[in-house]
Write a protein that binds this ligand. Sequence first.
Ligand code: GN1
Ligand code: MG
Length: 389
Amino acid sequence: MKDAHTPLEHARHALDTFEIPGRFVEIQAFGNGLINDTYVATFEAGSGSASYILQRINHHVFQDPASLMANVERVCHHIRYRLHLESEADLDRRCLSLVPTKEGASFTELHDNGSATYWRCFDFIQGCSSFDVVETPEQAYQAARKFGEFQRLVSDIGGCRLAETIPDFHNTPKRFQALVDAIAADPLGRVAGCQDEIEFALRHEAIAHHLLGLHARGLIPERVTHNDTKLSNVLIDDRSGEGVCVVDLDTVMPGLCLYDFGDLVRTCVSPVEEDSTDLTSIQVRMPVFRALARGFLKEMVRVLTPSETANLAFSGKLLTYEVALRFLTDHILGDTYFGAKRPDHNLQRARNQFQLVRRLEALEDEMNDYVDELVGMIANPEHRLPLAV
Ligand code: GN1
Ligand code: MG
């Protein structure tokens, strides 16, 4: 086949390398991810049609696609096995299934105009939706429960330590240093236009060191974590509203469990998306926070150490601060990581997230009190905890 030209033609070409039965019908772009390019493809086979998710792995971000895919294969396989042991009936919707290439590999490498691209393909999970903004506390509960279950299921994955697909991904002190370096370099002269955000970031540096400090003292262990637990990375059943499947396994690697709870708080409590410019709408919806704590603890309460539980509320502030540092750094360096759909997009994202840090800080005591209350109720053998919303 001749070299593909448009991204869609390229995707179509990649699709041909996978072992998919039936006749190709169509392919189109899918989802809102910032890093990988995602497509959905439909095929006609026998009695009906079947859909597939095709993804181009961003190998500038994930520099070792082979190790990444080895992680994904191991994690998918392990989750399926664990769910099978728990007698899960709906296995094909509860965990991702990779479609092998025609050569039996988990991903395909293509060359287009001299540069390599990497692709993988999953069965499409029918009857689900994903959301960028939580609509009800019930949805938050479902998402948190699913990510809690995910951690519980992968907690006993055997074999060697999973590969770090992005080294230091949630090393917030290093993210802080990257911002300091970007400010010093100021390659596009953007620093003058974001003094308030820089001042806020620098003044809050202590946030960056807290969890890794506890980890260094042995109070918070390393676990296998998802590391990108935004709300849109869990599929919710269209009919029952139940959490069905955790997706986007690219950053599953060794990490701290609070990174996962923290990113859930970051992406769920606010009623507006992370790039909304209406800063007055950014609030912490306490019923949503409470639902997240209930959902996550429902699965993880027996696994967590006291320091982990004591920092559930803090973790939301940490992850929000961290991504704000990353957005601000990317703005200063020219939007090369997250991309930008409009001028100052990453600065707007950073402003939004710093505002959320302020709101979370204001309610941190209230959130901690709720977590204490919840843990106390669970510890009481006679508790009748309203774990469901
Ligand atoms: C990116 O994978 P995606 O596009 O959903 C990023 C996350 C950020 C998020 C902010 C690998 O997520 O860390 O929290 O954007 N993923 C990577 O929306 O950098
Ligand atoms: Mg992701």
